[in-house]
Design a protein around this ligand. Structure first.
Ligand code: DGJ
Length: 733
């Protein structure tokens, strides 16, 4: 048997002839390994801890389970037509009506972009038809992340119909499989659920078209044989970079093997590919950790900041967003007053939320005006540029809200372009939050949105932040633009249309800060993050609820992008009353902002806010931006404490946050073991953002990392909503 091992490549572009081979791609700590069998099929062998001895894989003859005449191993990209009836990654309907696809390896290419990324393309061709796919594997060595995606080519003389085309396939074999995924609803996003997978299929999906991450996120964590732990054990994470319909299938088959397919949801999405056309799937991002969830999250955060987020390692400005402070009810005086107060307490960016536009149909509630993106002259007679100048005069930057994919029936836009609205012929259109959706498959609509934003940003030069909202999903799917036989292209073409607009805006306005928002956390995925600096995590700003939501979000997505605002008490969503310090301490675990009317703060609250913001800028923001997250106590633990820590990459500094989220017996305190510090160094501990006496007996003292990791710190927080923040600084003398 001839052996080719592809795990390190020199040269820009090389081609190997096919043979019985091992095809492997490595990161620093993981390997993904395929073989090519005697019938030239690409077989999935292994994904996990790095294995240097690739040769051993060439000895594997077959995973054949039943029939000795046929090799029914798990194909690396299973199609319909071979093997048993597990869910296939690809189904095609050929012009002849043939439904079978059989792929064989025709070529393997390596593409070297830089020394930190390995990229292999495996070309797989159908044995009968002139159809080919490229299976891409891109390994980010330092971050232990592998991206997988497909490009399909139709070289046949007639069009083909693609029934489904997933981005990736993984295969595992263990006694037990435990799946963590994220589920929720509006203002209640990203609740963590862990379940043992049983026989059959578990499906995570969205068919909403827009706001696809509100009820389920296209990401997961899988562990084998035992449930996932924070600091030890193997686990695998996956996240699909796609903001449209998605489906992730976990199929535990009749031999107790687990097959994982991830990609665009095939639901009503048959896609026609004409002769010569190609279709590229979204990327599926995988990571492997042998050191539990903590390392897995850090892999995703490091990869996300470096490769998948705009300005991943740059500090984000502290925002005052007008929404919960004024809702639709504002005028120039109210806004300039808010800016005065914001500037006084150290905020850096004022963001004007919903309500600033529409004249014939003024946007005074959510029932009118969406689509009419001209300044409301009654509320803002001197225009947006007046507000921008005012903000600048106070040393603030200025940002603005927009919801460009949507239209209210009560709008000039709906009157002028009813054909631009997503609709099904002959049916009454159903509104959601009084609004309808524009058809982004239509290039005219894409141009309208791009031009609207372009003119908003050029007429009002000085807008440095755009909050892009989207407050409904797709229901009565249908496009007046797409031909009748391509109505099923809607879902994919809508998301591609959205990405076209994002791309054009980003290339003209590279400095612009963009926040992705969709009724809160409805678009938190690596597809949209590629064009944004941050996401609005949830419309729920209750700090207790946020500890849960942000815990879930930050298992996968970077804290630097997690917008987290201090809002009023009682909270507008939950009615819960919490101390201002608790609200600040929670918001400071992410990208700090405020979302209230500063006029309503008492004098001592203003003083506290001022000092908290100063502390955040000086000590906390740098570590959230560039450091590593270590979770110490999960909100999901029964004991009702929560703790997390950010540690600088060189381990010389850390910030520890601790929260009491329940009522505890008197003198019962948490002991926090500070995994993440360097055991051989010494750290001075100082409580910051403090109101009363310190909650740690050793405040201002120096401790060894060894002590803090193994013995831990006992912190006196036991009443409901007590909280504490500590700065740890390495002491070298
Ligand atoms: C939903 C967003 O999540 C809120 O922050 C706010 O912008 C409203 N929409 C405005 O309509």
């Amino acid at each position: 048997m001839k052996l080719f091992v592809f795990f390190f490549f020199i040269g820009l572009f090389s081609i190997w002839a096919k043979a019985e081979e091992v095809v492997a791609i490595d990161t620093d700590n993981s390997s993904l390994i395929y073989t090519i069998n005697h019938s030239n099929q690409l077989i999935f062998c292994y994904y996990g801890q790095k294995i240097d001895d690739k040769e051993a894989f060439s000895l594997i003859e077959s995973y054949n389970k039943v029939d000795t005449n046929r090799d029914l191993s798990y194909e690396a990209y299973p199609t319909y037509g071979l093997g048993f009836s597990n869910e296939p990654a690809l189904t095609i309907i050929h012009e002849s009506g043939a439904l079978i696809t059989e792929l064989e390896v025709s070529e393997i290419r390596t593409i070297s972009k830089d020394s930190l990324i390995n990229h292999i393309v495996i070309l797989l061709k159908d044995r009968v038809y002139n159809f080919e796919i490229e299976l891409h594997l891109e390994a980010y060595k330092k971050e232990d992340v592998i991206n997988q995606w497909i490009v399909a080519h139709n070289y046949e003389s007639k069009a083909i119909r693609i029934g489904n085309i997933y981005s990736s396939f993984l295969h595992f074999y263990a006694d037990k499989y435990y799946l963590m995924h994220f589920t929720g609803s509006w203002a209640n996003e990203m609740n963590l659920v862990e379940e043992e997978l049983r026989s059959g299929k578990k499906v995570i999906e969205s068919k909403k078209g827009v706001r696809t991450t509100q009820t389920e996120n296209p990401s997961f964590i899988l562990s084998l044989n035992h449930s996932a732990e924070e600091n030890e054990g193997e686990c695998y994470g996956g996240a699909l970079a796609w903001s449209g319909n998605y489906r992730i299938i976990f199929e535990k088959d009749e031999w107790n093997h687990l097959n994982v397919l991830s990609g665009v949801n095939p639901f009503l999405s048959e896609y026609t590919l004409k002769t010569g056309e190609q279709l590229e799937t979204p990327k599926m991002i995988f990571s492997y950790s042998s050191r539990g969830l903590g390392q897995l999250s850090r892999n995703f955060h490091n990869w996300g900041r470096k490769y998948a987020l705009v300005d991943g390692f740059s500090p984000r400005p502290i925002v005052l967003n007008s929404w919960e402070g004024t809702y639709f009810d504002f005028n120039e005086k109210k806004l300039t007053r808010m800016m005065n107060n914001a500037a006084k307490i150290g905020v850096e960016m004022f963001v004007l939320d919903d309500g600033w536009f529409g004249n014939k149909y003024p946007r005074n509630s959510d029932s009118a005006g969406l689509g009419d993106w001209e300044t409301n002259e009654k509320k803002l007679p001197h225009g947006i540029d007046y507000l921008i100048d005012y903000a600048h005069s106070k040393g603030l930057k200025f940002g603005i809200w927009i919801e460009p994919e949507m239209v209210n029936p009560k709008s000039v836009l709906a009157e002028k372009h009813p054909e631009w609205i997503v609709q099904s012929p002959g049916r009454e259109k159903i509104t959601l939050r009084n609004q309808l959706l524009l058809d982004l498959t239509n290039p005219e609509v894409q141009d309208f949105i791009y031009n609207t934003i372009d003119s908003l940003l050029t007429v009002n030069a000085g807008i440095s932040y755009l909050k892009w909202d989207a407050n409904r999903h797709v229901e009565q799917v249908g496009s007046t633009y797409l031909p009748n036989d391509q109505q099923m292209h809607f879902w994919v073409d809508y998301t591609k249309g959205l990405y076209n607009i994002y791309r054009k805006i980003r290339s003209k306005y590279p400095e612009l800060i963009m926040q992705v928002c969709a009724s809160g956390g409805g678009r938190i995925d690596f597809g949209s993050l590629k064009y944004h600096q941050e996401f609005w995590t949830s419309d729920n700003t209750d700090p207790l609820k946020r500890l849960f939501i942000q815990y879930g979000v930050n298992l996968i997505y970077p804290p630097v992008a997690t917008a987290s605002h201090v809002s009023a008490s009682p909270n507008h969503q939950t009615g819960r009353i919490t101390p201002l310090k608790f609200r600040f301490d929670v918001a400071m675990t992410g990208r700090l902002g405020m979302e209230l009317q500063p006029d309503h703060l008492e004098e001592q609250e203003v003083e506290f806010a001022k000092s908290a913001i100063k502390t955040y800028k000086k000590y906390i923001r740098p570590l959230i931006t560039e450091g590593d997250l270590y979770r110490i106590v999960s909100p999901y633990d029964e004991n009702k404490w929560v703790a997390l820590m950010y540690v600088s990459k060189d381990k010389s500094q850390a910030i520890l946050f601790a929260f009491s989220t329940g009522v505890h017996a008197r003198d019962v305190y948490p002991i926090l073991k500070l995994n993440g510090l360097n055991p051989t160094r010494k750290y001075k501990i100082e409580e910051i953002n403090r109101i009363n006496t310190s909650s740690f007996w050793g405040n201002e003292k120096v401790f060894s990392g060894e002590f803090l990791i193994n013995n831990g710190m006992e912190i006196r927080i036991s009443r409901l909503f007590d909280s504490a923040v500590f700065k740890l600084t390495e002491v070298t003398k």
